[in-house]
Design a binder for this molecule. Sequence first.
Ligand SMILES: [Zn+2]
Length: 69
Amino acid sequence: MAGSEERIVVAPDPRTCAHEVLMPRWRGPQAMDREGGAMGYVCHRCHVEFSPSAASALRTQPPDSGAGA
Ligand SMILES: [Zn+2]
């Protein structure tokens, strides 16, 4: 252990994270005004990146606990 006070933030396990907060990643500043301008989405908690279609599926399908498929 070094004397650093910098804490290592451990991200939640992507397999258990509900990905409730998805932050869009824009192609550029000009794309931020357009619907569908995002090139992808990143979960604010576990930092997993999703494609727009995957993010859309997450929003329409709430995480089902116990679905181990
Ligand atoms: Zn997540």
